[in-house]
Design a protein around this ligand. Structure first.
Ligand SMILES: NC(=O)c1ccc[n+]([C@@H]2O[C@H](COP(=O)([O-])OP(=O)(O)OC[C@H]3O[C@@H](n4cnc5c(N)ncnc54)[C@H](OP(=O)(O)O)[C@@H]3O)[C@@H](O)[C@H]2O)c1
Length: 309
């Protein structure tokens, strides 16, 4: 099968095309023919991309861990799905990724593809929507009527964080840049701050929850806008030794129930998904380098792999 693999270019990691054997689903596994795969550009630097679970260096990893496609094989004991079903979901960070014609996953990591979405759009959903859900609802335990500040409201994760917070009855404040103010307002943000022209801590009242998708100084400045007892959640693991940032950080996990619920919201029209750019498999390196020319400026980039678009 055709895949893209991470290689060292001398100026950091990039992707190179390769042909490798198509995987066979083992016990409890499902083989998916991938039609589209989401891109998280920072993933090339993440630990599971560069190291095995054992700590050994990992070479030639296939990146991308979210996808849409159809089920092409079912291992013994992998219940609940049938060959040919249209699915979307994630696979394990240490598994070979989805920037490939086929990937392996598990029933607990996938769900039926939202029927109203194309494969391209569906592939832009799993990581963003699950990260937003798990951060806001499982970790921050966001309550109706609470005030939440979402940093990076037009990003791959941010578009879902703004919408889910709004759907759950929160007062949503989002930071974004000027080109995406109108979009983020449409997603349900009550207050929007153009982060290039204003300092959020100078213009907002204290909040119950901060959902940080940017990290660094933005997260540091955010502690001061929390109400007493407020919760900060970050998805950027650059907090070093700061115990508050360490505690606030989490990594998204696949979740079948949440994927099913997200699909219902998408098909019902109360949640929207956005594709920033679409590239063929051969141009995946450009997408991972963040250098696609034709970008909408919001949502996430997607690599298309199948012919069944
Ligand atoms: N821990 C996890 O499980 C997990 C899961 C998914 C992603 N992540 C990480 O989360 C981060 C965001 O991911 P993503 O896919 O959403 O990335 P993304 O699509 O690149 O979105 C980032 C957004 O942040 C905005 N931004 C940049 N600087 C900002 C600032 N100073 N203030 C406010 N907004 C700012 C950008 O807006 P402009 O483009 O307008 O500048 C962009 O819309 C990445 O570091 C990724 O690795 C972690």
């Amino acid at each position: 099968m055709k895949v893209m693999q991470v290689i060292e270019s001398g100026q950091g990691p990039t992707l190179s095309a390769a042909d490798v054997a198509r995987p066979t689903p083992g016990r409890g596994q499902i083989l998916v023919r991938v039609y589209a795969a989401g891109v998280t550009t920072t993933e090339l630097h993440w630990n599971p991309t560069t190291r095995r679970k054992s700590g050994e260096p990992r070479l030639n990893a296939i990146p991308g861990h979210e996808f849409s496609g159809v089920i092409a094989g079912i291992g013994d004991g992998a219940d609940g799905f049938a060959i040919g079903q249209q699915v979307y979901g994630m696979n394990d960070w240490y598994e070979e990724g989805t920037t490939a014609e086929y990937c392996l996953t598990e029933p607990s990591s996938i769900a039926r593809k939202p029927a109203s979405l194309t494969y391209e759009v569906a592939a832009a959903v799993p990581i963003g929507a699950l990260t937003a859900w798990q951060g806001l609802l499982d970790r921050a335990k966001l309550q109706r009527g609470e005030r939440v500040l979402v940093h990076g409201g037009a990003g791959g994760v941010g578009v879902f964080a703004v919408q889910l917070a709004h759907i759950h009855g929160a007062h949503v404040i989002a930071t974004t840049s000027s080109q995406t103010v109108a979009l983020v307002k449409e997603l349900g943000a009550d207050e929007i701050i153009d982060y290039k022209t204003a300092r959020f801590e100078q213009v907002i009242d204290p909040v119950d929850v901060v959902f940080d998708t940017v990290g660094g100084a933005i997260r540091e400045r955010s502690w001061n806008v929390l109400k007493p007892g407020g919760r900060l959640i970050t998805i950027v693991g650059d907090g070093g030794a700061d115990p508050r940032a360490k505690d606030a950080f989490f990594i998204v996990e696949a979740n079948n129930f949440q994927l099913v619920e997200v699909a219902k919201l998408l098909d019902g029209g109360s949640l929207k998904a956005f594709v920033n750019a679409v590239v063929p498999l051969t141009d995946a390196a450009t997408a991972y380098a963040g250098k696609v020319q034709q970008k909408r400026g919001y949502g996430k980039a997607v690599v298309v792999i199948g012919t069944n678009q």
